[in-house]
Design a protein around this ligand. Structure first.
Ligand SMILES: NC(=O)c1ccc[n+]([C@@H]2O[C@H](COP(=O)([O-])OP(=O)(O)OC[C@H]3O[C@@H](n4cnc5c(N)ncnc54)[C@H](O)[C@@H]3O)[C@@H](O)[C@H]2O)c1
Ligand SMILES: O=C(O)C[C@H](O)C(=O)O
Ligand SMILES: [Mn+2]
Length: 576
């Protein structure tokens, strides 16, 4: 089976790859996975019916990049930059990725967090070309036929969202498609997964947002969200259709609101290789960063008292990973859980309190509160920090500005080097500005944030702010699972991704909490190889070619399959 309905990638007599298109002429210039624009050579133009359809001068990829980058630099607004780049992606994917890879640090905040949040909100207003797959209440009864319309035959990576909790901006209806597109852009740019192996999916089960339902331009289905049995039936149908059409594909669940996030993860994790990015990817990235922080202050993770602010997908995922990390250092489950305190909007999770099932494993023993001083029914953030003598504070609440000066100062009362990570996205949802945290703690806090922030200048020092974003985990985790053909993404693989990120940071960037974002293309293949090694150890790796490989061999395997944005030579398909 060819890679796509419109082309295949083959090898010539010398083993070099070339592309064989099944369409010629004008159409070739309209398909983003095929279009080289002005870079089609004279020979290709003659052979493929393009003569006279392009300007006479043949450009190199370098020249094309120069042209599009110059225009890009003239655009002032981040959202307009996003629109410009997305348009380029829909016109010529190789050029788009070649440009992105050259300017990763500059363009990631435009294509991904935080600007992608705006693109989600404005999705129906800035819409241009279709991309990805939409399963909706309109087509779910015919989802198999619909999925057959996707022209790609070798999809390996699907990012699917129901848009019920996009970043920290809540239910966003059809607009969540922009998040699925953004995550997969990273898979290709830093995870080396070919763009024709990826498929963004919007699961449009409706929206509860009145402003969207009343907006005449809104592009999604216009009814309230499906719930209960109907919701799970919808998802069952989708998963079944994916299994049939793309049996080798992994599904990354993205931005499902709390309860659904946990339920969907558990319902399908043994049915189809899948993981939840917000629970597991975030857990892993937080664990890696806190381990780095501990190393920098010369302490152990198991000595810390951690407060996790927010008890949704992100918060509970982070609490889980930190408990696992402490257990690795020798604590019992109970000892570890006593060191990880989790709060939701009503305060500290305490046993006996009325709460959702997924929160219960992280509720504190009641006796714990016996000598505590607090005002309300349950201790609030400040009271928890003070009474538990917290040394690490992690924000996954989506509540912008909730780490106030008294909160930061209370952390400093407990320890000379507090670890404070406001991890909520986008920038407006960040629990604090890194600048403020550094000032409030007199330059002593170790700070990383979910969204990108510039370095902070403090008393002559320049303090870099790490980006504690699951972008350091999911591309490597997904890539590793796919290359290993893992039948399941195990908890062991998720934790391995965390330790891989920590090890790499320690080795390559010993002064930092996370690698700089421009190094993501080194991080992901390393994480992937470690994930593959773990999958082999746990007996879930089904890929024949990697059985028995050493770590360097696994790493070489990943590198050899890493997609790079370069034009392949084209040869017309032989006429039969
Ligand atoms: N940095 C990262 O990589 C990363 C990854 C995942 C999520 N996040 C961020 O975490 C935030 C939450 O995302 P999620 O996926 O967990 O959403 P979610 O819908 O699953 O959970 C939201 C949770 O926020 C908490 N919350 C709401 N109001 C609160 C309040 N006033 N005080 C304390 N807690 C409150 C609640 O416990 C709720 O369960 C978002 O802003 C998101 O961007 C960051
Ligand atoms: O999308 C991000 O930037 C990280 C994370 O998945 C989130 O939901 O905030
Ligand atoms: Mn997310």
């Amino acid at each position: 089976m060819p890679v796509s309905r419109y082309y295949d990638v083959k090898r010539d007599e010398k083993g070099e790859r070339y592309l064989e298109p099944y369409v010629t002429g004008f159409l070739l210039l309209r398909l983003p996975l095929l279009n080289k624009g002005t870079a089609f050579t004279e020979e290709e133009r003659r052979a493929l019916g393009l003569e006279g359809l392009l300007p006479p001068h043949v450009n190199t990829l370098e020249e094309q990049k120069e042209r599009v980058y110059r225009r890009y630099r003239l655009i002032a607004s981040p959202l307009e930059k996003h629109i410009y780049l997305r348009h380029l992606q829909d016109r010529n994917e190789v050029l788009f990725y070649a440009l992105l890879v050259d300017h990763l640090e500059e363009m990631l905040p435009i294509l991904y967090t935080p600007t992608v949040g705006e693109a989600v909100r404005e999705f129906s207003h800035i819409y241009r070309y279709p991309r990805g797959f939409t399963a909706s209440t309109r087509n779910i009864d015919r989802v198999e036929e619909a999925l057959a319309n996707v022209p790609l035959e070798e999809v390996r990576l699907i990012v699917a969202t129901d848009s019920s909790a996009i970043l920290g901006i809540g239910d966003q209806g059809y607009g969540g498609m922009a998040i699925a597109i953004g995550k997969l852009t990273l898979y290709t740019a830093v995870g080396g997964v070919g763009p024709d192996k990826t498929l963004p999916v919007e699961l449009d089960v409706g929206t509860d947002r009145e402003d969207l339902l009343n907006d005449p331009l809104y592009l999604g289905v216009r009814h309230k969200r499906l719930r209960g049995e109907a919701y799970y039936q919808f998802l069952d149908r989708f998963v079944e259709a994916v299994r049939k059409r793309y049996p080798k594909a992994l599904i990354q669940w993205e931005d499902f609101a709390k309860e659904a996030a946990f339920a969907v993860l558990e319902r399908y994790r043994k049915v189809v290789p899948s993981f939840n990015d917000d629970i597991q990817g975030t857990g892993a990235v937080a664990l890696a960063g806190v381990l780095s922080a501990c190393r920098l202050k010369g302490e152990r993770l198991s000595e810390q008292v951690v407060v996790v602010y927010g008890a949704g997908a992100g918060g509970i995922g982070v609490a889980w990973a930190l408990v696992e990390g402490m257990k690795r250092e020798g604590l019992s489950e109970e000892e570890a859980k006593a060191r990880v305190l989790v709060l939701d909007s009503r305060g500290l999770l305490v046993e006996g309190r009325n709460m959702e099932a997924y929160k219960r494993p992280f509720a504190q023993r009641r006796e714990r509160l016996r000598d505590w001083r607090f005002s309300g029914e349950y201790p609030n953030l400040l009271e928890t920090i003070q009474n538990a003598r917290a040394t690490v504070l992690l924000g996954l609440s989506g509540q912008g500005g909730s780490f106030t000066e008294p909160v930061a100062r209370a952390m400093l009362e407990n320890t000379p080097r507090p670890v404070i990570f406001p991890l909520s996205n986008p920038t407006s949802a960040s629990e604090a500005l890194p600048d403020d945290l550094i000032y409030w703690t007199e330059g002593r806090a170790l700070v990383a944030a979910g969204s990108p922030f510039p370095p902070v200048g403090y008393k002559g020092r320049t303090i870099p702010v790490g980006q504690g974003n699951n972008a350091f985990i999911f591309p490597g985790l997904g890539l590793g699972a796919v290359l290993a053909r893992a039948r399941e993404v195990t908890d062991g693989m998720v934790l391995e991704a965390a330790y891989a990120l920590y090890d790499l940071t320690q080795e390559r960037f010993p002064d930092l909490l996370y690698p700089p974002v421009r190094h993501l293309r080194e991080v992901s293949p390393y994480v992937a190889a470690r994930v593959m090694k773990k999958a082999l150890e746990e007996g879930v790796a089904e890929e024949e070619r990697i059985q028995g490989l050493s770590f360097p061999e696994l790493y070489a395997f990943v590198r050899s399959r890493f997609w790079e944005p370069r034009y392949l030579p084209y040869r017309p398909a032989p006429v039969i």
